[in-house]
Write a protein that binds this ligand. Structure first.
Ligand SMILES: [Zn+2]
Length: 227
């Protein structure tokens, strides 16, 4: 696939994934942003103030590796988060950021473990997300977030921005989308279970997942590698 075809496929995939997220209420208004890193190191990212339900593939922002706009509309104010993650995780090729309700609700809670702010309630959360760090609150667009992202992203596909929402990367846009949906469902379970005695997976069960699914988030976090 040449670069033009690759970009055309990625534009259409961004439109389809974004519309699906919007149609299922995982993105509302003009919130949320998606990106794909292309083989030449440039990035396609959803434009600022664009509804994920009504994207035009031709108006998606195309940014150079240094963030300069090559074509399309002005990018999301949060495009710098995507650039910081791609710089820290060379294997990442797709990123999804949402203000999804249950994850955003958890991001507003006091007393969370900043290193792992959702418990390992299910095997799929452990395999797709693993440890979920909480990033302290910054106003939208505050580029001071970059240094925290650069520190955490090498070891984490997924991070939760306090009083804001999750951002998740993956080897493809579809993989990042599957993972952020698992995160949102786990946040929903976590909130449903508040006040109930719960039984998260224990260390042995998490270790077994790491052994059985060597490419999973569980294995990456246990081994301390960022592949
Ligand atoms: Zn946001």
């Amino acid at each position: 696939m040449n670069g033009t075809d690759e970009a055309a496929v990625a534009r259409n995939e961004i439109v389809q994934v974004a519309r699906s997220l919007f149609d299922r209420g995982l993105a509302t208004g003009s919130s949320g942003n998606l990106s794909v890193k292309l083989g030449d190191g440039t990035m396609l990212v959803t434009p600022t103030n664009a509804s994920l339900g009504r994207l035009d593939p031709e108006r998606i922002s195309h940014l150079a590796a240094d963030g300069a706009l090559l074509e399309g509309d002005a990018p999301s104010k949060e495009a710098f988060l995507h650039r910081a993650i791609y710089a820290a995780r060379p294997q990442a090729r797709g990123i999804v950021h949402l203000h999804a309700t249950y994850s955003a609700a958890v991001s507003c809670m006091d007393g969370l473990d900043a290193d792992s702010c959702l418990p390992p309630l299910t095997a799929y959360f452990v395999m797709k997300i693993g440890a979920l760090p909480l990033i302290p609150y910054h106003r939208p667009g505050d580029e001071a977030l970059t240094s925290t992202i650069e520190r955490l992203a090498p070891d984490h596909d997924a991070m939760l921005l306090a009083n804001h929402g999750p951002i998740v990367s993956g080897p493809t846009l579809r993989a990042a989308t599957d993972a952020i949906e698992e995160l949102e469902e786990t946040a929903k379970l976590f909130l449903l279970l508040r006040g109930s005695d719960t039984r998260p997976l224990n260390e042995d069960q998490i270790a077994e997942l790491a052994r059985a699914f060597a490419q999973s988030a569980a294995a990456r976090h246990r081994n301390g590698s960022c592949t």
